[in-house]
Design a protein around this ligand. Structure first.
Ligand code: ADP
Length: 228
């Protein structure tokens, strides 16, 4: 119950910033800024940007509640390499912009039985972070193996890294390593907690390794039988 109260308080807090901005800029527009075309278009852009952030936050919250309530889902057999390549494609604009090279080390024959949507959620999230927190001209390496009835998935980036004391906390809801910096890059600190809930639900493990300024790796291990 305490966790629930904390959660609601956090959500409220996070909603405040974009809503306050949308309201403030709309009021300023109505009070006269509409007449100055340049200012008006700048303000509308801010309103649009803030609305997009709201949508992201709402989607994250909806995913969390879905994971908490969903049980038996439909499992399908997936060829992991193809699956991941398709997800990576969605990030191509961002990858291109940062001149990041993508290294695919997934064996072509690795197959997993899983809930497609949930797997997609985890991988999209780790990819998004690997791009977002990477440096210009860096790389992202993805590999997957099946080992002793577990499948293990690894995504490694050459970004800013995560301090040792933060490594255990990044999976907490709303936890950001540096909220002022990360606010600019647009995250709410929910992505990894969603990934972690999904993995736990399937008796798997997710953890991170990092050297500050060098690399960050996220590793996901799921028992093959438990079916994601
Ligand atoms: P966000 O949406 O803010 O990225 P996440 O739950 O996905 O939220 O991540 C939590 C925090 O962990 C981030 O704010 C960021 O500081 C840190 N983090 C996550 N992935 C990486 C990464 N690949 N490299 C460096 N820091 C990371």
């Amino acid at each position: 119950a305490q966790m629930q109260r904390d959660f609601v308080a956090n959500v409220g807090h996070e909603l405040k910033t974009p809503v306050t901005a949308i309201r403030g800029f709309s009021e300023t527009l109505l009070e006269g800024a509409l007449d100055d075309k340049e200012t008006a278009s700048e303000f509308v852009k801010i309103i649009l940007e803030q609305s997009k952030q709201l949508t992201d936050l709402i989607n994250d919250i909806l995913s969390l509640s879905k994971i908490d309530t969903s049980k038996g889902d439909t499992f399908v057999k997936i060829k992991l390499r193809k699956f991941i390549e398709r997800i990576v494609q969605q990030f191509e604009p961002a990858i291109g912009e940062k001149k990041i090279s993508f290294i695919d080390k997934i064996a072509p024959d690795v197959e997993v039985v899983c809930d497609e949507k949930k797997l997609q959620h985890i991988i999209s999230n780790l990819m998004q972070n690997a791009v977002r927190y990477n440096k210009k001209g860096g790389s992202i390496e993805v590999s997957a193996v099946i080992f002793e009835n577990e499948w293990c998935f690894l995504i490694k980036d050459t970004g800013q890294g995560i301090k040792h004391e933060d490594l255990g906390r990044i999976f907490e809801r709303f936890y950001r390593v540096d909220s002022s910096r990360d606010r600019e890059t647009g995250g709410y600190g929910l992505g990894l907690s969603i990934a972690s809930s999904i993995v736990k639900q399937h008796k798997g493990k997710i953890y991170a390794k990092s050297n500050i300024g060098e690399f960050t790796s996220f590793i996901v291990e799921i028992p093959q039988q438990s079916s994601l």
